[in-house]
Design a binder for this molecule. Sequence first.
Ligand SMILES: NC(=O)c1ccc[n+]([C@@H]2O[C@H](COP(=O)([O-])OP(=O)(O)OC[C@H]3O[C@@H](n4cnc5c(N)ncnc54)[C@H](OP(=O)(O)O)[C@@H]3O)[C@@H](O)[C@H]2O)c1
Length: 312
Amino acid sequence: MKNLIWEAEGARRALITGASGGIGEAFARILAAEGWELALVARNEEQLNRVAGVLRATHQSRVRVIPLDLSKPESGERLVEALGKYGMEPDVVINNAGFGLAGPADELPLDEQLRMIDLNVRAATELSLRFLPAMKMRGRGGLLNVASLAAFMPGPNMAVYFATKAYLLSFTEALAEEAAGSGLTISAFCPGPVRTSFIDRAGMRRTWMVRLMRPARADKAAWDGWQGFKEGRVIITPGLMTTLTAMLTRMTPRIMNRRITRLLLAPRRGRKSRQEATRTAQAKETSEVAETTGTTGTQTPETPRTGKRGDG
Ligand SMILES: NC(=O)c1ccc[n+]([C@@H]2O[C@H](COP(=O)([O-])OP(=O)(O)OC[C@H]3O[C@@H](n4cnc5c(N)ncnc54)[C@H](OP(=O)(O)O)[C@@H]3O)[C@@H](O)[C@H]2O)c1
């Protein structure tokens, strides 16, 4: 059944989470240019106002800013209240807010990883389920849930993040099937690495994955996601490399998937490590000379050891 949202007369309304930067901001720009009325959610109010200001100035868009920490359990209710105050019922919800953390799961802070589940899983689930019934009643619009290529495989060194995205993909596919014939579009957007603050926030900059899969631009990623949604695709993997990788994970044994991902998520030993190794060697040499000559040598502070995560 055709999604009537594309032919709707009058204002079309979208809620975008994580719209203070990165892919979410890029979605906001695309939708504003198409004349959508927007509600933008993230924690950083100043950044949200900056994005909204640009959209109002450039596209004369009607943009509401709702600063909220979506990892908090009460945030779903507060969001619904805020939208009610504005008299806004979203036709489309883009569940985009999310973050990742790189490192062995048992060494990363537990509370941060649980907060990741609260945001990437609980909040996306709650917002999907809060808005879906009204969308079904109207028989148009839908959900665009931003998962990741990470959804297709286990992620050693980013175990919780990959698992949250696997959940989101599975959940979204199932919702799409439940909504078949309703006129809604329900999609999981699964990009590979994208050039946003996500990579640094997650501590992934020095992984082979980021090096080998050249990160896409945020505006290109959001464009691909939005086009895929408009085409009514349930799983959107943008670009040849991402599509092939997602396909390959389904053809190869899981043991291979997790071994390869482990290598890709391992921190690279880059120039910095080599410099440190050189400094360590020099410091060792100096202390050996000092020992043989009986002098104290240069007071070189102990060079920090490169940890087993090799992120130095
Ligand atoms: N970049 C990539 O390589 C990549 C690849 C695949 C999938 N993704 C997915 O794409 C989505 C967007 O990521 P991005 O790359 O655009 O990263 P980003 O630039 O770090 O943006 C993340 C957005 O989420 C918001 N956010 C974070 N914590 C939040 C919270 N507790 N409550 C409300 N909003 C919160 C951030 O705003 P505030 O900090 O202001 O709250 C920001 O607007 C994420 O779901 C990510 O998993 C990213």
